[in-house]
Write a protein that binds this ligand. Structure first.
Ligand code: FAD
Length: 470
């Protein structure tokens, strides 16, 4: 079999880029069909406007200092209004309001199903009140909010360049990477391979580098040392990595891979503010991705991880016939169902054996105790998305953290066999329980990664072409 171990660096052996690219070639048409042509998967419900950033004052998050405000305004004045970051980041299209609790109350509560409410002017979007589940890896979006949020068309609001940058964006990314510190806050006297440490700025940083070098590590990467002393070091090595801190490395890969995918989309669908054309921006790709092979590797890693989660979900979905995607219209329901199963079966069959082997995680050493830490940290990353100061970026940031959260839940909380979970569950246990928002987020996140892989391949060809020419 050719499974990617979570400790693998994706370019290794059978877990090569080309294996995953072939797989993607096979899965992508079905995935695009699902996410672009079905009501169920092309709309997302989220609380986009009513939640405050729980970690700092959002107003500061948007623009923390006067220099930033002045700089932004200076730049903005130079470009036509419709191209300004504030305009580009806005949502487009009508947003359907949630029909409200009165409609929901008419229906008995059945968490396995979504059902069309009466007198609702749109199809396939009503679901029951969600409950928190302690297996969740992200915060259900309506956890504390009085309102159930808005339904947003994902097709009308593609993930692309918005111009959102500066202190606000940086503050969010810095905080996302800080979540990877896993209780290691003091200066380490010895360092474990692949582990992430927070080290104070100044001489201690030099000491740390010396420790790493003395221990024979080949490379120590520094991230944003100048700007933020608390951003962790990531110790890297060319040696075989130990199982020891596998979970922490996986956490880092997931967030870095998500970041890489967002960067890929904004570089691929970039607005040239001089010509007004939306087009790929090769130097954006080179500067953010091509020069950093580890980021691209993490992107492919995420693709493998999501493929495995989606493949694992197939038997659950096909064996739970009562999971209806839109009971208001049986024909549409059957169509959506067929399209979902087309994706799950392609994800499962395109390569021999599972593409990612999650069974190695949370097993040895401190593994089991790390699971809760891992889950809590991922929840914090999902909460951080409320600090993103651009509507469209927040939409896709929230959707993708929810998508990864769902993938992790499927991988680590669902029975690990290919037979329906009903055979392994007790009568108290609900064998298959994913909210509509989780399913939509999972498949759309997979679709984002799928188009990132395609864009990276095209960008790579463009780089080769320019190298041949010069
Ligand atoms: P950033 O991308 O902000 O990166 C900050 C630092 O993180 C870098 O300097 C580098 O040290 C490190 N880093 C970068 N990439 C990686 C990686 N893959 N792995 C590990 N470390 C890395 N902008 C848009 O135009 N459209 C969007 O849809 C969009 N969505 C966003 C969603 C979120 C959640 C956030 C926080 C920001 C989003 N942005 C979006 C803004 C965008 O991600 C960048 O922050 C912005 O373009 C500024 O880029 P930068 O070059 O300063 O580096």
């Amino acid at each position: 079999s050719c499974a990617i171990s979570p400790k693998a660096i994706v370019s290794d052996a059978c877990a090569s880029y080309s294996t995953l690219e072939h797989l993607n070639h096979d899965v992508k048409p079905a995935l695009d069909d699902l996410t672009r042509t079905t009501d169920f998967f092309s709309h997302y419900r989220l609380n986009l406007f009513n939640k405050r950033c729980p970690f700092w004052n959002d107003e500061n998050g948007m623009c923390g200092n006067i220099a930033c405000a002045v700089e932004t305004l200076d730049n903005e004045e130079d470009i036509p209004e419709v191209w300004r970051a504030s305009e580009l980041g806005k949502l487009e299209g009508p947003r359907a309001k949630h029909p409200g609790k009165s409609v929901q109350r008419q229906e008995p509560k059945r968490p396995l199903q979504g059902k069309l409410g009466e007198n609702v002017g749109e199809s396939c979007v009503v679901e029951y009140d969600d409950e928190c589940d302690d297996r969740d890896y992200c915060v259900p979006d309506d956890e504390s909010a009085a309102s159930k949020g808005d339904y947003v068309s994902l097709l009308r609001n593609p993930e692309r360049f918005t111009g959102y940058a500066g202190d606000g964006a940086k503050q969010v990314w810095d905080a996302v990477y800080r979540e990877n510190c896993f209780q290691k806050s003091s200066f380490p006297q010895s360092a474990s391979l692949g582990e992430t440490y927070s080290v104070p700025k100044g001489p201690a940083a030099q000491d740390f580098r010396a420790v790493m070098q003395a221990a024979g590590r080949q490379q120590v990467l520094e991230q944003q040392r100048e700007q933020n002393p608390l951003v962790p070091f990531v110790a890297k090595t060319g040696l075989e990595l130990e199982d020891e801190c596998l979970e922490k490395r996986v956490f880092y890969k997931v967030v870095s891979g998500m970041h890489a995918s967002i960067s890929t989309h904004l570089c691929w669908d970039f607005l040239n503010q001089t010509t007004g054309q939306w087009q790929p921006n090769l130097s954006c790709y080179i500067n953010r991705l091509h020069k950093f092979p580890d980021r691209i590797s993490n992107l492919y890693f995420n693709y493998a991880l999501l493929t495995r989660a989606v493949a694992k979900l197939g038997p659950y979905l096909s064996s739970h016939e009562e999971y209806t995607f839109c009971t208001g219209d049986p024909a549409q329901d059957a169509d959506t169902r067929a399209k979902v199963l087309a994706v799950t079966s392609k994800a499962a069959n395109s390569v021999p054996g599972p593409v990612f082997d999650e069974s190695l995680m949370f097993k040895n050493g401190e593994g089991p105790s790390l699971k809760e830490d891992f889950r809590n940290r991922f929840r914090n990353v999902s909460r951080l998305m409320d600090c993103v100061g651009c509507d469209k970026c927040r939409l896709w940031g929230k959707l993708q953290t929810a998508g990864y959260g769902t993938a992790l839940k499927v991988l680590f909380e669902f029975a690990n066999n290919d037979t329906p979970a009903a055979t392994t569950s007790t009568s108290d246990e609900i064998p298959f329980k994913l909210k509509r928002t989780e399913l939509v987020a999972l498949f759309n996140t997979y679709a984002r990664l799928s188009s990132s892989l395609e864009a990276v391949q095209k960008f790579r060809a463009m780089v080769e072409e320019t190298e041949t020419e010069s």
